[in-house]
Ligand binder design. Structure first.
Ligand code: GLU
Length: 451
C-alpha cells in the first residue's frame, strides 16, 4: 500500500497536488476522494496517462483573485476578497455557483470547483466546472449593503463571464437577491441583456421554474432511486436533514411528499426537533422572509417542537440522514452514532459534508451512501435546463421542468450503479460517481488535444 492508500501511479500525482497547493486542505481532500476511485480506471485505460489527463484535471485552467471594496451603511470602507476558479471547460462553459461566506478562501473554492467538474459531467449536459465566491458575510447586512457588495464584486468579475465562457449561479449565501444585483450590474456594464450568463435568476427575468427547489428535490429523487433498488421507499421513514437553507428546505418538502417524516433540521446555532414533521412553511418564513435563525422555529410553530443549542443534529438517530449544511459537518464519531441508531441510507445534499472517516464507516457498515457530486447534481442540472430555455427564448412549466429533473436524477443514479458494477464495486456510489464523471470529461479532454 502507498502512503496515501492510492494506486501507485496516482500517489506521486497526489503528493504533487499537496505540494503545489499548500494549506488548501479541503482541496486536497476532494482530490484524494476522486483519485481513490480512479485506480481501476488507470489500470484499464493507460491512454489517459499518455495525455496526462488526471494531472491536467488537478490544475485549474484559470484562477482569478480580486479585491472587492465597498461602503457599508455607516459609511466605512470594507474590503473583501473575490474568487473565481475556472477549473475545466472540456464539456462546456465553466459552470458552478458563487459562495459568500466568511470561511471562503482559495482552498474551499478549489475543492468546490474540482467537485463541480465531475458533478457536471455526470449530469450528461454540456457544462464545464468552476466555482467562485467571497469571504463576504451577508449575515446581518442590509439589502443596500448586499447590493453594493454585489455590484463591486461584479465590476471586476464581469470581464471573465459570458454565456459561452463562464456561467455562475448561487451557492451558500447567494440566492435570487444576490444573482439579481450581480446580473443587473453585468447588464449595466456590458449593455447586454444576456440571460445565459447567470442561472438561478428570478422567474420574471429569465429564471427557470424549479431551479430554487432543484438541489433539494433532486437529492430526494436520488434517494428514492436508491431505496427502489432494495424494493423500499420513503414511506414511514424517520429522516434527519441538516441545514435550513435552500437545499434543506426543498429536500424536506419533497421527502414529505414522498411519505417520509423529517423530524429535525439545523443551522450553525443548533438544531430543532419536531416529531410531527418539520413545517416547511414555518421554515420558509424564517429563512426566506425574515432571514432569521432556526431557534425561532419553536415559537412560530407554537407547540411540539424543541431547540437544542450548540449541538450537532447527528446526535439524534434516524433511518435516513441527508446532510445539507456544509463541508465536513458529519464526522466519523457522528457516523458511528448514526449507524448505531439504525441509519441505513445517507445522501449528501451539500458538497462534501461527510468527512473521509465518516464515508469509510458507512461503507464498512453497509450503509447506502450517495456522494454529493451525484446526489446534489439536480441543482446544476436545472441550471443547464435554465440555459436551454434562455438559448431558445422559451420557458417551461413547473411540472415539465420537474419531470425533466426527475429523469436526469434517475439517469445519474443508474449511471453510478452500472459504472460501479462495471469496475467491480457493486453498490459503491462513490466509485460509480467518480469513475462515470471522470470518464466523460477525460474522453473530451483527450479529444480536444493538449490544451
Ligand atoms: N452551487 C450549486 C452546486 O453546488 C449549483 C451550481 C450551478 O447551478 O451552477 O452544484
Amino acid at each position: 500500500m502507498t502512503p496515501n492508500g492510492l494506486h501507485e501511479k496516482l500517489e506521486e500525482l497526489y503528493t504533487e497536488v499537496i505540494r503545489r497547493n499548500a494549506g488548501e486542505n479541503e482541496f486536497h481532500q476532494a482530490v484524494h476522494e476522486v483519485l481513490d476511485s480512479l485506480g481501476p480506471v488507470v489500470a484499464k485505460h493507460p491512454e489517459f496517462a499518455d495525455t496526462a489527463v488526471i494531472r491536467r484535471l488537478c490544475e485549474p485552467e484559470r484562477q482569478i483573485i480580486f479585491r472587492v471594496p465597498w461602503i457599508d451603511d455607516k459609511g466605512a470602507v470594507q474590503i473583501n476578497r473575490g474568487f473565481r476558479v475556472e477549473f475545466n471547460s472540456a464539456l462546456g462553459p465553466f459552470k458552478g455557483g458563487l459562495r459568500f461566506h466568511p470561511s471562503v478562501y482559495l482552498g474551499i473554492v478549489k475543492f468546490l470547483g474540482f467537485e463541480q467538474i465531475f458533478k457536471n459531467s455526470l449530469t450528461g449536459m454540456p457544462i464545464g466546472g468552476g466555482k467562485g465566491g467571497s469571504d463576504f458575510d451577508p449575515k446581518g447586512r442590509s439589502d443596500g449593503e448586499v447590493m453594493r457588495f454585489c455590484q463591486s464584486f461584479m465590476t471586476e468579475l464581469y470581464r471573465h463571464l459570458g454565456e459561452y465562457t463562464d456561467v455562475p449561479a448561487g451557492d451558500i449565501g447567494v440566492g435570487t437577491r444576490e444573482i439579481g444585483y450581480m446580473f443587473g450590474q453585468y447588464k449595466r456594464i456590458t449593455n447586454r441583456w444576456e440571460s445565459g450568463v447567470f442561472t438561478g435568476k428570478g422567474l420574471t427575468w429569465g429564471g427557470s421554474q424549479v431551479r430554487t427547489e432543484a438541489t433539494g428535490y433532486g437529492t430526494v429523487f436520488f434517494i428514492d432511486q436508491m431505496l427502489r433498488t432494495k424494493g423500499d421507499s420513503f414511506d414511514g421513514k424517520k429522516v434527519l436533514v441538516s441545514g435550513s437553507g435552500n437545499v434543506a428546505i426543498y429536500a424536506i418538502e419533497k421527502i414529505h411528499q414522498l411519505g417520509g417524516t423529517v423530524v429535525g433540521c439545523s443551522d450553525s446555532g443548533g438544531y430543532i426537533i419536531d416529531e410531527k414533521g418539520v413545517d416547511v412553511e414555518v421554515l420558509r418564513e424564517i429563512k426566506e422572509v425574515r432571514r432569521g435563525r432556526i431557534c425561532d422555529y419553536v415559537d412560530l410553530r407554537a407547540g411540539g417542537a424543541s431547540f437544542v443549542a450548540e449541538h450537532s443534529i447527528w446526535d439524534v438517530g434516524c433511518d435516513i440522514a441527508v446532510p445539507c449544511a456544509t463541508q465536513n459537518e458529519l464526522s466519523g464519531d457522528q457516523a458511528a452514532a448514526l449507524i448505531k441508531s439504525g441509519c441505513k441510507v445517507v445522501a449528501e445534499g451539500a458538497n462534501m459534508p461527510c468527512t473521509p472517516d465518516a464515508v469509510k464507516l458507512f461503507a464498512e457498515a453497509g450503509v447506502m451512501f450517495a456522494p454529493g457530486k451525484a446526489a446534489n447534481a439536480g441543482g446544476v442540472a436545472t441550471s443547464a435546463l435554465e440555459m436551454q430555455q434562455n438559448a431558445s427564448r422559451d420557458s417551461w412549466t413547473f411540472d415539465e421542468t420537474e419531470e425533466q429533473l426527475a429523469e436526469i436524477m434517475r439517469r445519474i443514479h443508474d449511471r453510478c450503479v452500472v459504472t460501479a458494477e462495471e469496475y467491480g464495486q457493486p453498490g459503491n456510489y462513490v466509485a460509480g460517481a467518480n469513475i462515470a464523471g471522470f470518464i466523460r470529461v477525460a474522453d473530451a479532454m483527450s479529444a480536444l488535444g493538449l490544451v
